[in-house]
Ligand binder design. Sequence first.
Ligand code: DX5
Ligand code: ZN
Length: 217
Amino acid sequence: MEHLVSTSILNSDFLNLGQVVKLVNNSLSDWIHLDIMDGVFVPNISFGFPIVASVKGASAKPLDVHLMIVDPDRYLTRFRDAGAYNLTVQYEACIHLQRTVTEIRNLGMKAGVALNPHTPVSLLKNTLPYIDMVLIMTVNPGFGGQTFIQECFSKVRELRKMIDDGGYNVLIEVDGGIEPSNAPSLVEAGVNVLVAGHSIFGSADPEETIRKLKHSS
Ligand code: DX5
Ligand code: ZN
């Protein structure tokens, strides 16, 4: 399949969020990526339900919601009600992961699991039948604009093999430090979804950068 682009608004102009969503609507971006940070799982706090619901109201693209919060089970229904299409939880934040991802699916959302850079993909061997996406973090979560960790390439290749060998219908998403220069090799390694924030909103022409990411191969 052709790969997807998910635009992260974390580093966009929050004072003009309506314009930001319009830009994403008019671009080749497939999804809009929303980073929820609680100041506990990660050393940063981002935004919550009112912003997610407002973006949902204005977005023509599905909401790709990435939870960097402890004990996400408390809020699955609220993110569904706020309009999440994908709901991705961090592996390290879930004690009963299979229960959590099953609940996400039962609520009508796609279930994703994110792995911190130090968390091996092999730990998902028994979870792949129950999820729709794995998010391989290519930076330590918490902030936009960090440098891509090269070691993550081997994680992508290993996960690609696990998914293909098992015949699972699971997407591989990468998030952190993604830019037009490293996107083609990631797609080549087996990535299905590229998340990017800083490389898009830090560029002179965000729509053009999205186009470059979309046409990376
Ligand atoms: C980081 C977030 C990312 C972030 C990526 O913790 O999960 O989604 O927005 O941003 P860039 O593309 O700036 O590295
Ligand atoms: Zn993210």
